[in-house]
Design a protein around this ligand. Structure first.
Ligand code: SF4
Ligand code: SF4
Length: 127
């Protein structure tokens, strides 16, 4: 069965993204409970000044865990931030409101202490 958003053109689809970069923050998942935690660890390829991915066409090869959102999986991504604009397509609880930039609140992937990943868990209201 198709989705109500299948008719959107490529441009319309891309225009939904508000380039907040929140899907470029690495999530952590508890192996025992499956619970998902958001962190402020930002992918090395996200350009904070331009607010975009610098390797978009190669992102799947370079970052296997990159959230590859498309028309078929958009409503079935457990790691998707609650504020992601694509939620307006299917999530009745989604509220379209401006959210603060991630700039100044994130840590670069390459600067992270990998032995203490829990220290980077955040509970931002706008995630
Ligand atoms: S590679 Fe993926 S996670 Fe990294 S900046 Fe690009 S879109 Fe975001
Ligand atoms: S979280 Fe959603 S709206 Fe924000 S950059 Fe990612 S895909 Fe776009």
């Amino acid at each position: 069965m198709g989705h109500p958003w299948d008719h959107l053109s490529k441009e319309e689809w891309e225009a939904i993204c508000k380039r907040c970069g929140k899907c470029c923050l690495y999530p952590l998942q508890d192996e025992q409970t499956g619970e998902i935690y958001h962190t402020n660890i930002l992918c090395r390829y996200f350009d904070l000044e331009k607010s975009l991915c610098t390797v978009y066409d190669k992102r799947c090869e370079l970052v296997p865990s990159c959230l590859k959102l498309n028309k078929d999986n958009v409503d079935n991504l457990p790691f998707m931030p609650k504020s992601c604009a694509y939620r307006r397509l299917f999530d009745p609880t989604y509220q379209d409101k401006p959210t603060p930039s991630i700039k100044g609140r994130v840590v670069r992937e390459q600067d992270v202490d990998e032995n203490n990943l829990e220290d980077y868990i955040v509970d931002w209201e706008d995630l």
